[in-house]
Design a protein around this ligand. Sequence first.
Ligand SMILES: NC(=O)c1ccc[n+]([C@@H]2O[C@H](COP(=O)([O-])OP(=O)(O)OC[C@H]3O[C@@H](n4cnc5c(N)ncnc54)[C@H](OP(=O)(O)O)[C@@H]3O)[C@@H](O)[C@H]2O)c1
Length: 244
Amino acid sequence: MRPKIICHMVSSIDGRLLADRWTPPASGIDPDIVPRHYAQVGTRLEADGLMVGSRTMAEFRGITRGEPHLALGAQPRSLPHVANKTEPRVAVVFDRKGRLDYSVDHADGDHIVAVLGHHVEARYLARLRAKGISYLFAGEDGNDLDAALRTLASVFGVRTLLLEGGARLNGAFLQAGLIDQMSLLVYPGIDGLAGMPSIFEYQGEASTRPAEGQVLRHLATKTLDGGMVWIRYAVEEDALPAVV
Ligand SMILES: NC(=O)c1ccc[n+]([C@@H]2O[C@H](COP(=O)([O-])OP(=O)(O)OC[C@H]3O[C@@H](n4cnc5c(N)ncnc54)[C@H](OP(=O)(O)O)[C@@H]3O)[C@@H](O)[C@H]2O)c1
C-alpha cells in the first residue's frame, strides 16, 4: 500500500508558481495572506507530513543545495535508514543525486527523510546518519516514486502526505499517476510573464501529455479571508480513454 497523496499548492490567478513575483495584496488585506492560508489549510488536511523536490527543500533554514554526491561505479545501496525520529510529522525530500547539505535534522519541526538513488556515495550517507536524517531509496536512479511511497508507508507508517512542490516534482508525480487529490489555493494576484513556471512542470518531450488518462472531479470550493479561493478536486482515472 502507498500513502494517499494530496498535492497542496498556491498559485496566482494565472496559475504561476513563484509567489515573490505576484502582485501584492490589495489595500487592507493581510500582507501575509499567502503563507498564512497555505500553512493553515495544510494543517486542516491532517497529513502525516509533506514531500518536496530538492530545490524547494533548499529554501528551508539550514539546508543548502550543491553538487551531486554520486559514486557511479560503486556497489549500489538500497537499505533504508531510520534515524531517531522525535518529530510527529515527516518532511520528505526527493534528492536522487544527494545534492543537499544539512546543518539541521528537521525542516520547520518536521523529521527529514531523504529519498535517494542507489548510487549516492557511502560518505554522503554516513553524513546523513551523523546528522540524524533518515533516508530511503527510489530505485537505481532515484526516480521510482511508487517504490519510495511504498517504503514511506511500510517503514515510516505514513498514511497521507501532502505533495508541496515545486513544479518539477509535482510534474513527475502527475506523470506517474500518483496524485489522489488536489488542494489548490488561488491567490488574488498576477504574475503575467510568459514562460514563468506553473504549478506542474513535467520535464519531457513536447508530445508528452503528463496528465493523460486522468480527470478531475470537483469536491469543494471555499472563499477564505482576503479573497483567497481554496479549490479541492479528486483525481480519477479517465473512464473514457481517448481512441487512437
Ligand atoms: N506556489 C507554491 O505553492 C510553491 C510550493 C513549493 C515550491 N514553490 C516554489 O517552487 C520553486 C522550486 O520548484 P522547482 O520545480 O524548480 O523545483 P523542485 O520541484 O522543488 O525540485 C526539483 C528538483 O528535485 C530533484 N528531483 C528528485 N527526484 C525528482 C524527480 N523524480 N523528478 C523531478 N525532479 C526530481 C531534481 O534535482 P536533480 O536533478 O539534481 O536530482 C529537480 O531539479 C521554488 O521557487 C519554490 O519557492 C512554490
